[in-house]
Design a protein around this ligand. Structure first.
Ligand SMILES: Cc1ncc(COP(=O)(O)O)c(C=O)c1O
Length: 369
C-alpha cells in the first residue's frame, strides 16, 4: 500500500484544556481541596441547568444513583423499574442498595424506557422508576411521570449522558424526584470523575448531603449512617470550567449530528422524539446488515466506533438467575437494539473534514455484508 493512512478519529475525545489545568492548580495551591468553596459554587452553577433545583455534588454518577436510592429509603424487598438497555451502573445502583431491578423494554424511537411497558411492570413492591436518558435523548418523561403519579412512585432520572437535554423545554433532571448526572471524562462535560444530584425536595437534598459525608453536617455530630462520596474541590473547579463551555459544545454536537443525519444513507440515523432536545452524547445508528463487518470497515477507514451496549444488563453475569439464565424478561426492542447499534464520533472536536470522512465511511460500511 502506498500513501499515508488518514489520522484515526477517536469515538470520544475528553477535553482537558489550559483553563481546566489552571483551575486545578489554583485549587491545589489554595490548600482547600475537598468539598469546599468550589464544590458549593459548582452546585449553585449547575442548578441553572436543572430549573434551579437543589444540587448535591458527589464523586461519580454511580454514587449519585446509589445515594439517591438510599436517601429515598429504597432497600431489600423493593423493586425499581429500569431499562436493560443501559450501562450496568443503572441497575448496579439498585442492587447496591439491596433492591431488585425490574427490567423493562425500550421504545425503538428513542432507545429509552417504554412508558406502557413501565405501567405493565408495576407491582405492589415497586417503589421507583429509573428512566435513563440514553445517548443524550430524553426519555418520555411526561408519560413516565404520569405512571409514577398514578402509583405514587419515586422517579430517579439517570441523566448521566444527558446534560442539558430537555423535553417540551423542561430539562432532564428537573422532572423526577431526583436527577443523577455523571462527570466521567467522556461525558458531554466532566470533572475527571464526579456526579451531581438535582432535586426540588429540600429535605431530600439535606439527606443526600448528610449521606455523602458520613452523616455529618457539623463535624463529629453525626446524625445518620453515611458514606464518603464527597467531590474534591479540584474536580469541582474543573467541572465549573467545563460548565461554561457546555452550551457551545452541545450546539457543536447537535450541528455535527445534523450533518451526519443529512448525509448518512447507508445506516439508520438516530431517531428524535417530538419535542425532544437530543444532546448527542452518542450518535447511534442502526445497521441492518452484518454489524461486525460494518465495524471492521469503519475501523479500516480510521473511524473510531463502539457498541453501547452489546449485552443488555439482564444478560450480564450478575443479573442471571441461579441456573445462569437470564430471567423471564421479554425485551424484544432491547435485544434488537443491542444487536444493531453502532455509535459513531459526534464529539465537538470534529473538523468538517472529519465529518466528511465519517459520512463516507458509514455509507460504505452500511453496505457491508
Ligand atoms: C447511563 C449511565 N448511568 C450511570 C453512569 C455512571 O456514571 P459514573 O461513571 O460517573 O459512575 C454512566 C456512566 O458511565 C452511564 O452512562
Amino acid at each position: 500500500m502506498t500513501g499515508q493512512r488518514p489520522a484515526f478519529i477517536p469515538p470520544a475525545r475528553p477535553i482537558i484544556g489550559e483553563a481546566e489545568i489552571e483551575a486545578a492548580v489554583r485549587v491545589l495551591r489554595s490548600g482547600m481541596v475537598v468539598q469546599g468553596p468550589e464544590v458549593a459554587a459548582f452546585e449553585q452553577e449547575f442548578g441553572e441547568l436543572v430549573a434551579n433545583r437543589h444540587c448535591v455534588a458527589v464523586n461519580s454518577g454511580t454514587s449519585a444513583l446509589q445515594l439517591t436510592l438510599l436517601a429515598l429509603g429504597v432497600g431489600p424487598g423493593d423493586e425499581v423499574i429500569v431499562p436493560s438497555f443501559s450501562f450496568a451502573a443503572s441497575a448496579n445502583a439498585v442492587r447496591l442498595v439491596g433492591a431488585e431491578p425490574i427490567f423493562v423494554d425500550i421504545e425503538p424511537g428513542s432507545f429509552c424506557l417504554d412508558p406502557e411497558a413501565v405501567a405493565a411492570a408495576v407491582t405492589t413492591r415497586t417503589v421507583a422508576i429509573m428512566p435513563v436518558h440514553l445517548y443524550g435523548h430524553p426519555a418520555a418523561m411526561d408519560r413516565i411521570m404520569a405512571v409514577a403519579q398514578r402509583h405514587s412512585l419515586a422517579v430517579v432520572e439517570d441523566a448521566a449522558q444527558a446534560h442539558d437535554a430537555s423535553l417540551h423545554g423542561t430539562p432532564v433532571g428537573a422532572f423526577g424526584t431526583a436527577g443523577c448526572f455523571s462527570f466521567y471524562p467522556t461525558k458531554n462535560m466532566h470533572s475527571l470523575e464526579g456526579g451531581m444530584i438535582s432535586t426540588a425536595d429540600a429535605g431530600l437534598a439535606r439527606t443526600l448531603r448528610l449521606l455523602r459525608n458520613q452523616g455529618m453536617e457539623q463535624r463529629y455530630a453525626n446524625e445518620i449512617v453515611g458514606a464518603n462520596m464527597r467531590m474534591t474541590d479540584v474536580a469541582a473547579a474543573i467541572g465549573r470550567v467545563q460548565l461554561t463551555q457546555l452550551g457551545e459544545w452541545t450546539e457543536q454536537r447537535r450541528a455535527n449530528a445534523k450533518y451526519l443525519d443529512s448525509n448518512i444513507t447507508g445506516m439508520v440515523t438516530p431517531p428524535v422524539a417530538d419535542a425532544a432536545r437530543h444532546v448527542y452524547h452518542q450518535y447511534t445508528v442502526r445497521v441492518r446488515g452484518d454489524r461486525d463487518a460494518a465495524q471492521a470497515r469503519l475501523h479500516e477507514s480510521g473511524i473510531g466506533n463502539a457498541v453501547y451496549y452489546p449485552t443488555p444488563i439482564h444478560r450480564l453475569k450478575p443479573y442471571l438467575d441461579k441456573d445462569g439464565q437470564p430471567g423471564p424478561w421479554e425485551l424484544p426492542e432491547t435485544e434488537r437494539a443491542a444487536a444493531e447499534v453502532i455509535s459513531l464520533p459526534v464529539h465537538p472536536s470534529l473538523s468538517p473534514d472529519d465529518l466528511e470522512r465519517i459520512v463516507e465511511a458509514a455509507n460504505l460500511a452500511g453496505g457491508a455484508r
